[in-house]
Design a protein around this ligand. Structure first.
Ligand SMILES: Nc1ncnc2c1ncn2[C@@H]1O[C@H](COP(=O)(O)OP(=O)(O)OP(=O)(O)O)[C@@H](O)[C@H]1O
Ligand SMILES: [Mg+2]
Length: 270
């Protein structure tokens, strides 16, 4: 097949391959599109934890975004971890120049284990500078709590937080329900005119490393192909759900999901 569209990913590198730019490239590719990248940080990590993080300088982040995109224009952009205010500024400058409208921002602030990954001033910058510039924001529950200064324990709380963020200027919010204590999984899409709840099966597994990165990249890919917002979210969630279901069980800690679940290898390559 030929790529259906082109997607630029702005995110950090995860050496273990389960999250970050590696998960993003696998997702975009497995869903049939062409992936480009701007790396914001290089991490050394495995399924048990992060050993080190080396930030890429803001000017290099900007250069990757601008020089790549002025040559091959992306149909959509996925933005992942932005660890400092200077990187946020560089990304803001970069996306302003590209003029691609379909931007999905995964405001990575809190890791699966609960660790806060960025400082308070960077959180404020994401809220004040980027939130109203993107098409879709995909916070998990702890991130939605930080952005709204509220506690989220129920579906009602998720909807309230989403409405608050819409009032704050966000166009579309998908609050992910992976952190909610519930029997099923609920991801909720909220904008000015609608609330849509996506209910799915919850798997009892520790192997969910990279679900958030994968979901935002899948949605960005679907949008880049011209699918509408609801369809893009629904298909993206389905892709992540199936990838978790495979339960690869790689590594001794929180293992990766199966990005290849959408692919059938042609006979001649077997
Ligand atoms: N155990 C599970 N079973 C099924 N789906 C899940 C499970 N955990 C998470 N998901 C799905 O994965 C997607 C990502 O949600 P989650 O809340 O885990 O994001 P996140 O915390 O940002 O992830 P990450 O830790 O990768 O940053 C959502 O669509 C969510 O419904
Ligand atoms: Mg996340």
């Amino acid at each position: 097949m030929l790529p259906k569209s082109k997607v630029l990913i702005i995110a950090g590198s995860d050496s273990s391959g389960g999250a970050g730019i590696q998960a993003d490239i696998k997702t975009v590719t497995s869903l049939g599109s062409y992936a480009m990248s701007a790396i914001t940080a290089v991490t050394s990590q495995n399924t048990l934890g992060v050993k080190s993080i080396v930030p890429i300088s803001p000017i290099e982040v900007y250069n990757q975004i601008y020089f790549t995109s002025e040559d091959i224009k992306p149909d959509a952009i996925k933005i992942g971890m932005l660890h400092s205010q200077k990187v946020i500024d560089a990304v803001f400058k970069g996306i302003k120049k590209i003029k691609t409208k379909k931007i999905v921002l995964d405001p990575v602030m809190v890791a699966k284990g609960g660790a806060k990954l960025i400082n308070n001033s960077a959180i404020m910058d994401i809220k004040n500078k980027l939130l109203n510039k993107v098409f879709l924001l995909t916070p998990n529950i702890p991130e939605a709590e930080l952005l709204t200064n509220s506690k989220i324990n129920t579906i009602k709380d998720m909807i309230k937080a989403g409405k608050d963020l819409v009032n704050f200027g966000a166009k579309n919010i998908l609050i992910k329900g992976g952190h909610l204590k519930s029997k099923n999984l609920f991801d909720i899409l909220i904008n000015k005119s609608q609330i849509r709840i996506f209910k799915n099966r919850k798997y009892n597994t520790k192997n969910t490393h990279g679900t958030g990165c994968t979901l935002s990249s899948a949605i960005a890919t679907n949008l880049s192909c011209g699918k509408n917002l609801i369809n893009s979210c629904e298909l993206g969630i389905k892709y992540v759900n199936e990838a978790i279901k495979s339960n690869l069980n790689y590594g001794k800690g929180r293992g990766p999901i199966n990005h290849l679940n959408s692919i059938i290898l042609e006979k001649k390559f077997k």
